[in-house]
Ligand binder design. Structure first.
Ligand SMILES: [Zn+2]
Length: 504
């Protein structure tokens, strides 16, 4: 039986300086070491370790020999690799001692671990006594992600889920509007997940769970997973011109990030990982036809599993031609062409505030929770419109209702549009037609319609939930918001009278 003897160390260096460094750099005991100085010091360590290669007594870690790797370092996290025999470890520790004496940087024994693989009990004890460190066990975290030999499970992804939950439960997140929450999900949560996706194929249950957290945060502002959502998450992940909110679909993004690794292997990129994979797994075979063995790394198996899906996209052909891989373009290629919604142009270059645009989008999808709609979900409520006595449907609210219709007609007169309003269905068609035409008046119309729908809905909510009253100055307020939003547009603002806010 062949027994592979493996051992690797993990050091955490503490910022303790020798008298030499103190004298040369004017540092005092306990001062933090500067990043540049640290890089120089670590470079010195690597140079010392490289001398081991020439020593016939030193044996490399079996999977590091052909690349001559003895150490990997990032910031103050250092990993050392050697074969699991006492002599090799002794030689390596001699270098470390010499390095500590020269620089004053010492490995703190409480933070250091030795990881054994296939090393006998007796040898393990000798190695531990030489190093003074304790035995560690997989998985451990390196650069924020877990390192392990088996596939990633839900428990190992816990830190990722916890970090996302922590971001959401932070008090500032509670004060955000729908549009703000959507933006937070898009940027922060995605950035955290994306970091893991660069190196892992996340299990489906994990991506589903993260999406559930994001979904309930967008709609309810809480991290606890709830079921209420006016729009399905699948719809939310659609691009804006297909009626969605353009939030990234995690599972497809993960496939696209793995595609980047696949391209690195295929193009033989100048990276240590690619070289290592080629030497120990591919052995100069073509990756496109290569089949992994059972003892192969989990990541390589994941790459093979999604190989066909990636290479069958149209974008892969572009990558082969151009020699350049963009994850976002692969993502769109994986998603394919989406069916566009006719009203997409209403949201295109709309000057209204993001929160108003978000609500307008829900209204255009007919997903506003009017009283008739929530009754269908089994919630008991009166069905009366808050502005008159008729039943509250979306068609009634925009703009069959006598009062809201009056406001909308005045708004149209203010912009200078000749139009006799109908219900929401008619108005959607009309606005869609108007939005596809050119001209500054349509620009103002798009923003004004969006802001008015938002303002009316806010007024309606304040009456339903906070004993508010009908806002008879709503038109003036909306006009002012539209004017201030149009001020961002140099040409558009010239069409307003500054004192009366009249549109010429
Ligand atoms: Zn009404």
């Amino acid at each position: 039986m062949v027994c592979i003897k493996t051992v690797s160390y993990r050091f955490n260096l503490n910022g303790h300086h020798s008298e030499y460094l103190q004298a040369r750099r004017g540092l005092r005991q306990g001062d933090p070491i500067s990043p540049l100085l640290f890089v120089l010091v670590m470079e010195y360590l690597h140079r010392c370790l490289r001398k081991l290669q020439d020593n016939p007594e030193f044996k490399f870690h079996p999977k590091c020999e052909r690349l001559g790797i003895t150490s990997i370092c990032f910031a103050d996290d250092l990993m050392l690799f050697t074969r699991g025999d006492v002599r090799s470890v002794q030689l390596m520790m001699d270098i470390i001692t010499q390095f500590s004496a020269a620089t004053g940087l010492k490995a703190s024994p409480t933070k250091c671990r030795v990881y054994f693989g296939g090393v006998g009990e007796e040898v393990q004890q000798s190695i531990l006594s030489i190093t003074g460190f304790i035995t560690g066990s997989l998985p451990f975290r390196y650069l924020g992600v877990p390192l392990m030999s088996r596939s990633l499970n839900v428990n190992m992804c816990r830190p990722l889920i916890d970090r996302i939950t922590a971001k959401i439960t932070h008090w500032t997140a509670k004060l955000l509007s729908y549009a703000g929450k959507q933006q937070l999900v898009k940027s922060v949560l995605f950035a955290i997940t994306n970091f893991w996706m660069q190196v892992f194929h996340l299990p489906k249950c994990v991506t589903k769970h993260i999406e559930a957290i994001c979904r309930s945060f967008v709609w309810s502002g809480k991290a606890e997973v709830t079921r209420k959502a006016p729009v399905s998450w699948k719809k939310v992940c659609e691009p804006k011109n297909a009626g969605g909110l353009n939030i990234t679909s995690l599972s497809e993004w993960n496939t696209a990030t793995l595609g980047k690794l696949l391209w690195n292997i295929q193009s033989k990129a100048d990276k240590m990982w690619v070289k290592w994979v080629n030497i120990y797994y591919l052995k100069n075979q073509n990756f496109m036809t290569w089949q992994p063995k059972n003892d192969c790394s989990v990541l390589m198996k994941s790459l093979v599993a999604c190989r066909d899906q990636i290479t069958q996209t149209t974008y892969w052909q572009h990558v082969l031609q151009d020699g350049c891989y963009k994850t976002s373009r692969m993502y769109h290629s994986l998603r394919g062409d989406r069916e566009q919604v006719p009203w997409r142009k209403i949201g295109f270059k709309n000057l209204a505030r993001p929160r108003s645009q978000f609500l307008m989008r829900l209204a255009l999808l007919d997903r506003i929770n009017t009283k008739i709609r929530i009754q269908k979900f089994g919630i008991q409520t009166d069905l009366q419109c808050v502005f008159c006595a008729e039943q509250e449907t979306i068609n009634h609210l925009f703009f069959d209702c006598r009062w809201t219709r009056g406001v909308w007609v005045q708004m149209l007169q203010w912009i200078g549009c000749q139009h006799n309003p109908g219900n929401w269905h008619d108005e959607k068609l009309w606005l869609t037609r108007e939005a596809s035409k050119k001209g500054w008046r349509r620009q103002i119309l798009k923003a004004a319609a969006t802001e008015l729908v938002y303002a009316l809905w806010q007024n309606r909510n304040s009456i339903v939930f906070a004993q508010g009253t009908r806002d008879d100055h709503i038109l003036d307020r909306v006009k002012f918001i539209v004017y201030t939003r149009c001020c961002r547009h140099r040409i558009l603002v010239t069409h307003f009278d500054e004192n009366t806010l009249c549109v010429e």
